[in-house]
Write a protein that binds this ligand. Structure first.
Ligand code: SAM
Ligand code: SF4
Length: 338
């Protein structure tokens, strides 16, 4: 890590591989109203509330990162919109002029209720997980989710005029991979972007991931046989490689941690809902920020030092290997924040 001065003597987050970190994903809860089969086990044990960052701690942490040069914050979880006091966090962060983008990833179940608040907070782009358009299959994949509520939430958000809505989809062989064209057609019909995320070995789930894994190379082949795709240089600051569907307003993103390593240009770190700073989604390296927050309520310096020191250990890349028997990383995505 190098601490660089950008003229105003503000330390910047630049790691030992010269990657500038200007994006954080902040998980605000590990709880969720769904139990997606690739993300959670059926009987999840959630963390005691006292171990979670309070609203004030979340805000203080976010503001420290903004002072360190972070320009984009994605609020995630678990399902961020099930956290009771979440509105205040969005509304407060939305007022910070140094933050260029405040965004979220959601399963859309609460969107009908929460979309007006998000608009008021200045959220312009949202990512919505949608793995199936078939109510029975949707229930099978989420265990408890209702497709209708999700579609209503999506359409309400669209009417409210978010600048961009992107759908996220994890294709699983034999479960929803046959829906690939339905999902893309839905995105085309409604002017959404859509990204396909390869299933990642995070946490112990009920199925054998090697049986369900669908490579994005296969996805791309299928898509190319059905649509005219033009390669684009579009970047939304994330790891997706985008293809534009000719004569449409839709871009298709492929997020391929297995088939194409995207670590070289990694610009992000993740903060779990209990204040663990994870340097990489696919590695265990982390530091605990909660004690630095709670032991120094009026002094941000120890926190800043902790963050800068931690960055020294940002790994060069993840070590995902879908064919290994045990998960690459024991924690679930809902813990780290997707
Ligand atoms: N609940 C919100 C949602 O579903 O959009 C936000 C949190 S969720 C953990 C964020 C993203 O992680 C979702 O798009 C989900 O599909 C993805 N995800 C969860 N577990 C995954 C896994 N094992 N492999 C790949 N993607 C995963
Ligand atoms: Fe919940 Fe999102 Fe995980 Fe599904 S992917 S269980 S919606 S946190």
């Amino acid at each position: 890590m190098f601490i660089k001065n950008n003229g105003s003597m503000t330390p910047q987050l630049i790691d030992q591989f010269n990657r500038k970190i200007d994006y954080i994903r902040l998980s605000v809860t590990d709880r969720c109203d769904f139990r997606c089969i690739y993300c959670m086990s059926e009987k999840m044990e959630f963390m005691p509330r006292k171990d979670l960052l309070t609203l004030e701690e979340l805000q203080r942490l976010a503001e420290v990162f903004i002072r360190l040069g972070v320009k984009k914050i994605r609020i995630t979880g678990g399902e961020p919109l099930v956290r009771k006091d979440i509105d205040q966090l969005f509304l407060n962060l939305g007022k910070n002029p140094q933050l260029k983008e405040l965004t979220l990833t959601t399963n859309a179940s609460q969107l009908k209720k929460k979309a007006p608040m998000l608009i008021a907070a200045g959220v312009k782009r949202i990512n919505i997980s949608l793995d199936s358009l078939n109510a029975i299959n949707f229930k099978k994949m989420t265990r408890i989710g209702e497709l209708n509520a999700v579609l209503e939430g999506i359409h309400f958000a669209r009417q409210l005029g978010f600048q961009k809505i992107k759908l996220n989809c994890v294709l699983m062989r034999g479960i929803n991979d046959h829906e690939i064209y339905d999902l893309v057609n839905y995105a085309l019909d409604h002017y959404f972007d859509i990204s396909f995320i390869e299933e990642m070995p995070l946490g112990n789930v009920a199925h054998e991931r090697t049986h369900t894994f669908v490579s994005n190379d296969e996805v791309l082949e299928k898509l190319k046989s059905h649509y005219t795709l033009n390669s684009t240089t579009l970047s939304t600051g994330g790891p997706a490689k985008y293809w534009h569907v000719e004569d449409s307003q839709t871009n298709i993103g492929l997020i391929s941690p297995h088939s194409h390593n995207f670590c070289e240009s990694c610009n992000r770190v993740r903060i779990s809902c209990k204040g663990e700073l994870y340097l990489c989604l696919g590695q265990e390296d982390k530091i605990e920020l909660l004690p630095l927050l709670r032991n120094h309520p009026y002094d941000d310096e120890p926190l800043i030092k902790g963050i800068l020191d931690a960055l020294k250990n940002k790994p060069k890349s993840h070590e995902f290997e879908i064919h290994k028997k045990s998960p690459a990383v024991i924690r679930f995505m809902s813990h780290t924040g997707g």
